[in-house]
Design a binder for this molecule. Structure first.
Ligand SMILES: NC(=O)C1=CN([C@@H]2O[C@H](COP(=O)(O)OP(=O)(O)OC[C@H]3O[C@@H](n4cnc5c(N)ncnc54)[C@H](O)[C@@H]3O)[C@@H](O)[C@H]2O)C=CC1
Ligand SMILES: O=C(O)C(=O)[C@H](O)COP(=O)(O)O
Length: 378
């Protein structure tokens, strides 16, 4: 019988592959060479380093990661050793968009920002960045899209050079993969030099990979007030993160930007389907079951006396009260990994209906463009 080793923190997975395989589950960090000796496939997340040490002399033929990022897979080694691999492109991109939306909502609610007067630089315009860019445009912000690989490939006027706009953006948000070589390498892309060229008071958001920002340089830039605020979901050396940096950042979360139930379900679906295609199991269209509903799927807002930014911010923070995640992490930083494993149910915008009392059709259209399933004006 087919043997599959799987990470035990992949929601919706249990039961899917059991009719076809002997499936054993382990915490991602404990999956090692010994556990993979007789495995045909590994269904994984970012917490298992899929490299020579883990995979040599095993019978693994396929790795499927239920994540967008795949920097935990040594793809060169796998390819030269006839191990196929897949990730889950785009699976939780809407969830990361919701994370950035929640930060914009907090800037409106707590710091009085008027989004139409602000500019955002989106660095990396792939699955996540293009959604963040569309969100910011829907909110009336000036958007600078930065993506050198796409700029080279597609040409045209759409993309900016980071250096040309770095002093113009009020927010710089990173959505690149982590790469350590080549012209476009992103390791410490945000370093002392880049931070020093940012508009004074700018907000830096990183929900890509911790190593895209040099943490020491970021601390200095916060201390010297070169930048105004930092928002970090991802960190160097997770889960042993720098608690001094944590104390300095405005919003700190334990790598959960992509943790909506919707994103998790899609990641699992893409993994199961990849296993099915590879081993011809006949469940190429497998779907995750029983995705939990939001606690309060209807958002009712009286718009009288409120401006559009505040109304939208209220709706966004209803779907995702991001400060809860910040409070939990600051409560006990040693629980970084536990907080990820025990993450509460979060649903994306499309799981919500908004009722606007005294609202306008124009506002309703804007909120639908952001992603809410239905927006009713009463
Ligand atoms: N915090 C979290 O929970 C999550 C984090 N991620 C991270 O976000 C990253 C981005 O995700 P996607 O948008 O889905 O990936 P993607 O592969 O669709 O897009 C990445 C984009 O970055 C561009 N890029 C590459 N090097 C660049 C550079 N030096 N400067 C600017 N742009 C560059 C690429 O051309 C591409 O368009 C993932 O690789 C992953 O590391 C993804 C999902 C959840
Ligand atoms: O999809 C990605 O890439 C991510 O970073 C995930 O959202 C987090 O992945 P895990 O650490 O839970 O595997």
């Amino acid at each position: 019988m087919l043997k599959i080793v799987a990470d035990n923190k992949i929601p919706f997975l249990e039961g899917a592959l059991e009719p076809f395989a002997d499936v054993t589950y382990f915490p991602g960090g404990e999956i090692d060479n010994e556990k993979l000796k007789e495995a045909d496939a590994l269904v994984t997340r970012t917490r298992t380093k899929c490299n020579e040490a883990t995979l040599q002399c095993t019978s693994v033929k396929l790795i499927t990661s239920a994540t967008i990022g795949f920097d935990h897979i040594d793809t060169d080694w796998c390819e030269t050793h006839q191990i196929s691999w897949t990730n889950a492109p785009g699976c939780n991109s809407e969830s990361v968009k919701q994370y950035v939306a929640a930060i914009l909502a907090l800037l409106v609610e707590e710091q009085g920002w008027q989004l139409a007067n602000k500019a955002i630089a989106v660095v990396g315009v792939g699955n996540v960045g293009s959604k963040v860019s569309a969100l910011a445009q829907a909110l009336g912000m000036t958007v600078y899209e930065v993506d050198p690989p796409r700029a080279r490939h597609e040409g045209g006027q759409r993309f900016y050079q980071l250096d040309d706009i770095i002093d113009k953006a009020d927010i710089i948000t990173f959505h690149t993969p982590l790469t350590k070589e080549g012209d476009d390498q992103t390791y410490h892309l945000c370093d002392r030099g880049l931070l020093s060229r940012m508009k004074p008071g700018a907000v830096v958001i990183n929900s890509s990979r911790g190593e895209v920002i040099n943490g020491t340089a970021l601390k200095e830039a916060i201390e010297s007030k070169q930048i105004g605020q930092a928002v970090l979901d991802v960190w160097e050396n997770e889960p042993e993160i720098d608690s001094d940096l944590l104390d300095k950042v405005w919003i700190a979360t334990p790598h959960i930007a992509g943790y909506s139930q919707d994103g998790k379900a899609k990641g699992t679906e893409m993994s199961v389907r990849a296993v099915s295609r590879f081993f011809k199991l006949g469940i190429d269209e497998w779907e995750a079951q029983n995705i939990p509903q939001p606690e309060e799927p209807e958002i009712s807002i009286d718009c009288k006396g409120l401006d559009e930014d505040h109304i939208i911010a209220t709706a966004i923070l209803h779907t995702y009260p991001i400060k809860r995640d910040d409070t939990d992490l600051r409560g006990d930083v040693s629980q970084f990994e536990y907080l990820r494993g025990a993450y509460p149910v979060r649903r994306e915008f499309h799981a919500y209906e908004v009722v606007l009392h005294n609202g306008t059709k124009a506002l309703a259209d804007k909120m639908k463009a952001i992603g809410f399933r239905e927006v009713i004006v009463k």
